[in-house]
Design a protein around this ligand. Sequence first.
Ligand SMILES: [Zn+2]
Length: 424
Amino acid sequence: MERQSPEEIKAYQEELLRRQLLYIQEHSPYYRRLFERHAIEVAEIQTLGDLVHIPTTSKDDIQACNEDFSCVGREEIIDYCSTSGTLGKPVTFGLTEKDLERLAYNEMRSFQTIGVKPGDVVQLMTTMDRRFMAGLAYFLGLRKLEAGILRVGSGIPQLQWDVILKHRPRFLIAVPSFLLKLIEYAEQHNIDYCNAGIEAVLCIGESLRDASLNDSVLTRRIREKWPLKLYSTYASTEMGAAFTECEAFQGGHLHEDLIIAEVLDEDERPVPDGESGELVVTTLGVQGVPLLRFKTGDIVRKHVAPCVCGRNTYRIGPVEGRKQQMVKYKGTTLYPPALHDLLAGFAEIEHHVIEISHNDIGTDEIVIYISTKETAAEFLSQIKDRFRAKLRVTPRVERRSSEELQRVIFNPLSRKPVTFIDKR
Ligand SMILES: [Zn+2]
């Protein structure tokens, strides 16, 4: 289907949407109430354009009425996933047998998009437990694709290298900045990493491209040392689906039978294709917790120009930031990923944490804590200068010990490294 014309893809999505709406009408306590309150007849929602008649769903709505979003009884739920709760309290997503099959299919397609074939071996460098949906999805997807998986989990470069050298995986699944740690460890221990047999990495959690789809500083730094193919994938528990880059590296392709994506402005009107706005998704084929027009809070762009790979599905560019994490600084607005990427340009920095707070005069203040072996006094000014030149902000930069920052970053209560603290 992804190679059919955009019109055929749209017609197919509309058919799936109508089916999902009938299911929701019958089974979802939350949406039944919503339809009643707004006098919505689901039979009248026929096209993607008709979706505007349905009010959006926010994270707050799901947090407030988590149980009412579930369309099935406990006896049908197999896996109880939860959101990470980076912003707000975590919510539970119960997955049925059919949902797990959907998740496996989704991830199988993502792996196929980056070139994984049956019999390939893939090393997983993220957690599979802690109710994390992505780790489970990778396992299920590779199993469905009939590829092999090495479930090493996150961190511990030594262990990662032991497994790589013994089992020779062709692919890794990793947070991109962790690849720098793998390189560093390999260099210290004389491991010939460029000839270790790894060809490509499915990268999660950090952007590999900037808003114009060019390689980020982090991507360039990794590839200068280790010329791997780095594919970006973007997913969330709420979507239960991923947008994954093909060999063109120009944004992640939509899986047309799993998700409908809109990009909306502050007033919930669609932005023109290629312009930034909030990603709003409607899930297709979900049984447990289907969502209609869910506001992800992620700022992205939709790219509709034909892709050289031959797929006709539109693509979603990198997450430029989270709406809630927008920083307002003397007339400039920016998001943490741009700050992180600028810091990635300094090889001397071991760890960093960005802290945003409100000052007395009501504007945002940026403090950057770094650990580094570079002791020169000018080093901190160099960092400041680059911020001023590239992003037009002047953060305060302070040194901290490596141990102190690691305690903050690798918080045992968090599934993901904590490098951004919002005190506003
Ligand atoms: Zn493509």
